[in-house]
Design a protein around this ligand. Structure first.
Ligand code: CTP
Length: 404
């Protein structure tokens, strides 16, 4: 286990929600990476987990009450709020978010959040309607403008039986966000968009056209950028590999949905288009399942999908300062990719040979050529993770160059 959080002190505020049980695992995960965890349990939080289990796992005293005079003598709430490298709120309930957004300080947790001068990371968890409520939605940009960073919420089945956004991120996702918040990588403060995976183009409600992209390269790139401190928006089609922890995941299915999600994610400092987007969709897709008939075979008509990379590269306003595309080719790789870079208008193209004998599509290695204005630069064949790290480092260098 890498002690990635050695010497870091995390003040963990546990709010009152069913997701509070995950905070116990979260404490364990943070501690095994070397962090000291100082727990604060709200009154409502105590309805879900006990102070005893929290303090047993953290190995520290649990703070619960603003007016505990012993605590004030030992460590006042102002000191407590500033003694950490990071304040983490998990679960962050709708109530805690509302208090934070409005500067209320009527219990220990909200007082600490108002008094702190250290970075704050929150992992929201609430019923989907509470998350979608205009009041909560109003509070999100307010908190972001105050410098609060978010991990999650995720979409999925909720304890209350409903489905949608509102589930607290898993402990390992929160740990990755803590690591990102506490590292001072060269991409700290940069927002980077990554597309990944295949797209699925429906034929009817049960059938679709897809491609062999596993999403492995795009996923590795998102993780590589995150590891250098970037805030990553990860727009992914239905991939085989799970999205990385600690990035903002936007799941999509079709090319058109991917295009809309990409546009909604702008502006950003850099963008990497690693998705294998279907060039065509079925224009006469059926809204009900197509049946075998005696009258003959179905005829599919195709329409061209939006070229997302070209559209973003050619934006007149809001074009990311760095746009990176991929070129999957089977012959004349450099010539085709060079022409593709000019045709689409992106800054760099990572070209790779996806002929079946290379084993690259769906495999764990990649051999790319970086095509830029300066020409073609072949990279050694290496793992997709190493390609991702090399690309992330290259992006960091390029963005720093723009700042000097
Ligand atoms: N791309 C995109 N939107 C599309 C098609 C492709 O954003 N509708 C992006 C891919 O993510 C990749 C790059 O464009 O970064 C090149 O994809 P590729 O499939 O190699 O190129 P095509 O546009 O399909 O060109 P061609 O048919 O000439 O190979």
């Amino acid at each position: 286990m890498v002690l990635s959080l050695q010497d870091k002190r995390v003040l963990l505020i546990i709010g009152g929600g069913i997701a509070a049980y995950k905070s116990l695992d979260l404490i364990r995960r943070l501690k095994e990476r070397g962090a000291a965890v100082v727990p604060v349990l709200t009154k409502a939080g105590q309805e879900f987990v006990t102070p005893l289990s929290v303090s047993a796992l953290s190995g520290d005293k649990v703070y619960t009450d603003l007016f505990d005079l012993t605590d004030e003598a030992e460590m006042g709430h102002i000191n407590l709020s500033r003694s950490a490298d990071l304040v983490l709120v998990a679960p962050a309930t709708a109530d805690l978010m509302a208090k934070m957004a409005n500067g209320l300080a009527n219990d220990l947790a909200s007082t600490l959040l108002l008094a702190t001068d250290t970075p704050v990371l929150i992992a929201p968890a609430m019923n989907v309607r509470m998350w979608d409520h205009p009041a909560t939605q109003r509070n999100i940009p307010t908190l972001q403008a105050d410098g609060v960073t978010f991990v999650g919420p995720n979409e999925g089945d909720m304890a209350c039986g409903e489905y949608g956004p509102g589930r607290m991120s898993e402990p390992l996702e929160i740990v990755a966000a803590v690591e990102a918040a506490l590292t001072n990588g060269p991409l700290k403060g940069k927002r980077i968009l990554v597309t990944s995976g295949p797209t699925h183009e429906p034929i009817d409600p049960v059938r679709y056209i897809a491609n062999r992209s596993s999403g492995a390269q795009g996923t590795a790139i998102a993780a590589g950028l995150r590891d250098l401190g970037a805030e990553v928006v990860f727009v992914t089609g239905p991939a085989d590999v799970a999205p990385p922890a600690g990035v903002h995941v936007v799941p999509v299915e079709t090319a058109q949905q991917m295009r809309d999600a990409v546009m909604a994610a702008l502006p950003c400092d850099a963008s990497v288009f690693a998705a294998a987007v279907a060039d065509w969709r079925v224009d006469n897709a059926s809204s009900s399942k197509m049946k075998k008939t005696k009258t003959g075979l179905p005829v599919l008509e195709f329409a061209e999908n939006p070229d997302i990379l070209a559209e973003v590269s050619q934006l007149e306003t809001g074009r990311p300062p760095l746009v990176v595309g991929f070129a999957a080719e089977t012959d004349d790789v450099i010539a085709h990719a060079t022409a593709k870079r000019l045709r689409k208008g992106c800054d760099w193209i990572l070209a790779n040979d996806v002929s079946p004998e290379t084993g690259i599509m769906g495999g764990s290695e990649n051999a790319v050529v970086l095509i830029s204005e300066a020409g073609a630069e072949p990279w050694d064949r290496m793992s997709k993770t190493d390609v991702a790290r090399a690309l992330a480092a290259r992006i960091a260098k390029d963005l720093q160059k723009d700042e000097t």
